[in-house]
Design a protein around this ligand. Structure first.
Ligand code: GLN
Length: 250
């Protein structure tokens, strides 16, 4: 994208996928564009509405088991996110959103549900042997060391999920990173999240882009190419200091 046309940021089903303030990710992207003099528009997509296929960035947040089934069904039915990804749009999917952009995930009904298949991952309550108790919910702070190709500092956030997630056999893409503290995907691989093309999935709430502005700027770079210099307001320094303290204890 170039020129003065606004970057369109779709906030998908905030009533269904919006636990832990994940809708804040849209504000962070909008602000970081505005501070650079670039226009942006947040496009909230209510549950039941068709998902526009012409946005630049799609944000999916966390949600409880039942709402996330409804969200997956809505997105599969209207096809907007999938069509947008096919023409190069960026997706950031958090927790339930991460599970939903994968191939399959468990619902509150105990059944497996189809996701969008944008990431070649699958989510289950457990990948352990049948009959073994399912692992406890993953709840607490999480720190992830991103894969070197992403050029990002450690990612800091909060997680609260029952699902465990792994790549399917032969999956494309890479893990977002290695878990330094917390659970993340919760498999022996010790990873969190997945990046495939311009689709990013992670278990990090925070909102993750408020806690990790470098990740926000990476997504914006995917849309804009190079980004102009940023005149951040002084409050952002407070965030940086809080981040540094949190990482010290991680
Ligand atoms: N319902 C999903 C799980 O528990 C995701 C939870 C969330 O988004 N916080 O695994």
């Amino acid at each position: 994208m170039s020129g003065l046309s606004a970057t369109r940021i779709a906030l998908i089903y905030p009533e269904l996928l919006g636990t832990y303030g994940d809708g804040g990710n849209a504000l962070v992207l909008e602000r970081r564009l505005a501070w650079r003099g670039l226009p942006a528009e947040i496009v909230p997509v209510r549950a039941g509405d068709p998902v526009p296929a012409d946005c630049d960035i799609y944000l999916l947040g966390g949600g409880e088991d039942e709402p996330q089934v409804l969200a997956a069904e809505g997105m599969r039915r209207t096809g907007g996110v999938t069509a947008a990804v096919q023409r190069g749009a960026v997706v950031l999917a958090v927790c339930a959103g991460y599970q939903v952009v994968g191939e399959s995930f468990p619902g509150s009904d105990g059944l497996l549900h189809d996701g969008l298949g944008l990431l070649e991952i699958e989510t289950r309550r457990s990948f352990g042997p049948a009959g073994e108790p399912v692992p406890p919910r993953a709840v607490g702070d999480i720190v992830v060391e991103p894969g070197p190709a992403l050029g990002l500092p450690p990612l800091f956030g909060y997680e609260n999920h029952g699902g465990r997630t792994r790549p399917v056999a032969g999956a494309g893409g890479e893990a977002l990173g290695r878990v330094r503290r917390g659970v993340g995907d919760g498999t022996a691989a010790g990873t969190d999240g997945r990046v495939s093309g311009r689709v990013v999935g992670t278990y990090l709430h925070g909102p993750v882009l408020a806690q990790n502005p470098a990740l926000a700027d990476l997504l914006l770079t995917w849309v804009h190419g190079g980004l102009p210099a940023l005149a951040e307001p002084p409050e952002i320094e407070l965030l940086r200091a809080a981040r540094a303290r949190a990482l010290e204890v991680a």
